[in-house]
Design a protein around this ligand. Structure first.
Ligand code: ADP
Ligand code: ZN
Length: 439
């Protein structure tokens, strides 16, 4: 049963809709959304007026480009209710995002919005092989963060047995996985990895577990990490993408092909834009992901700039879904640095360091301007073993790193190998860049 389940579509009518039908549906829903937003959200109406765009100018998906963008700062500035498009009476849920500084951001959902989000996660878990016979452990955090409740609702919609574990207490998590015969796991990829390593350390053989698959997301991860998680837990690991502003997890979800995440285009329209010129880019070209919700009532978002960098792929997928796929998130425009006119992402530097013997995966980029020329120093931590090595060996390693970075990013950097544990650790999202030019 489990082998065929992996191909199940929760909603084949939408997941395998013809592109023409989808275009018509999206256009109709977009027209409704623009009018709903214009009539009910004064700040956005003012922005459209300033641009000289009237709701009736937007007739088709292709007219999207005429609409102004929305940004995370809009959510902060309009906190708490300025972007809500329905009376609070109709809002049944508030979710929020941690937000790194200042005011948090919140999103409001009507019952219909919650139902849609629930279906998106049901599609995701179903694509990963989940159904009514599964026991799903949800180890994303519950609360304002959308991970826990999102996975919970989706698994429940499939009729699965849901264990609302939330995050933390790893020993208890492992006990539940083993004793309750958990078949699917939903959590962040880094926590999945940690759980897997802890299971291995506890000496529990995988044959004693019933785990078969997991839906992992909420943070960037790599193919290499997928392979490690699959091996250490003995499962299929699938990527899931989402953000509070749009719905929560389930905006994009992977199928059995494990080759990009299908975007639920009957509810959101994705675009890729050039983050600098703000012009739309064709499928296949990397750029900033922008979403427009087309069914959301509580807090619709028009052309919301995610700052996430990826590509969109509309080539047919072997699973039969017709929804476009988004590739892995390879970086964020807000950690992008421009050095001597070249865009550099910390993830590019990271990819150049992966697999090099003698270096730890901890690094810091220091940008400066000397005699009106930009400099980029890359500090990389050495491993304990490397510290005691010969000077010539260490210099050789620094040269190798320099070459690798040059081939990935295309510019010369100054590589400095630093002592183990000397780069500050962060409990949240790591800080990778110090830009002295702004000081
Ligand atoms: P925040 O993390 O800013 O508090 P959210 O919890 O809404 O807010 O997180 C949304 C962000 O998390 C996305 O914009 C993206 O950067 C990241 N993210 C979510 N899912 C994934 C994924 N599968 N791969 C990479 N990044 C992801
Ligand atoms: Zn597919």
């Amino acid at each position: 049963m489990s082998a065929t389940r992996e191909h199940d579509m929760f909603n084949p009518k939408m997941e395998a809709i013809s592109r023409d039908e989808l275009h018509a549906l999206q256009s109709e829903r977009l027209r409704w959304t623009v009018k709903h937003e214009y009539d009910n959200v004064p700040v956005y109406r003012a922005r459209m007026d300033a641009k000289g765009v009237r709701p009736e100018d937007i007739r088709d998906v292709d007219d999207l480009r005429y609409l102004p963008f929305m940004e995370k700062t809009d959510l902060r500035d309009q906190f708490p209710y300025g972007l809500f498009a329905v009376p609070l009476h109709d809002i049944v849920r508030i979710q929020g995002s941690s937000g790194t500084t200042g005011r948090p951001i919140v999103s409001g959902y009507t019952q219909h919005d919650v139902d849609v989000w629930t279906e998106l996660m049901a599609r995701c878990i179903s694509a990963a092989g989940g159904g009514a016979d599964d026991i799903v452990q949800v180890s994303y955090g519950y609360g304002l963060f959308t991970g826990g409740l999102g996975a919970h609702q989706g698994a429940g919609r499939l009729g699965a047995t849901v264990i609302p574990m939330s995050s933390g207490n790893t020993q208890r998590q492992i006990m539940m996985i083993k004793e309750l015969g958990v078949t699917m796991l939903c959590c962040t990829p880094s926590y999945a990895m940690y759980l897997g390593e802890s299971i291995r350390e506890a000496g529990i053989p995988l044959s004693e577990l019933k785990l078969k698959a997991g839906c992992f997301g909420a943070e960037p991860w790599t193919e290499q990490m997928r392979r490690q998680i699959e091996e250490v837990l003995g499962i299929n690991a699938y990527d899931v993408y989402g953000l509070t502003e749009i719905a929560g997890p389930g905006v994009g979800y992977e199928c059995v092909a494990k080759h990009g995440m299908h975007v639920n285009e009957d509810h959101v329209i994705p675009e890729i834009i050039d983050p600098v010129t703000e012009q739309p880019l064709p499928y296949g070209t990397p750029g900033e992901l922008v979403f427009t919700t087309i069914t959301k009532e509580g807090m619709p978002m028009l052309r919301y700039r995610t700052h996430d960098i990826c590509t969109l792929d509309d080539t047919p997928c072997e699973c039969g879904r017709t929804l476009v796929r988004m590739g892995r998130i390879t970086g964020r425009t807000d950690d992008m640095i421009v050095v001597r006119g070249v865009n550099v992402f910390p993830t590019q530097i990271e990819s150049a360091l992966v697999g090099l013997e003698g270096v730890a995966p901890h690094y810091m980029l220091i940008v400066d301007r000397v005699n009106s020329a930009d400099t980029l120093e890359v500090q990389v931590e050495m491993t304990e073993d490397m510290v005691s090595d010969t000077v010539s060996h260490i210099q050789g390693l620094a040269r190798a790193i320099h070459e690798r970075i040059k081939s990935v990013v295309g510019i010369s950097t100054e590589v400095k190998l630093v002592a183990p544990k000397s780069i500050p650790r962060s409990e949240g999202k790591a800080k990778r860049v110090i830009d002295k030019r702004k000081l």
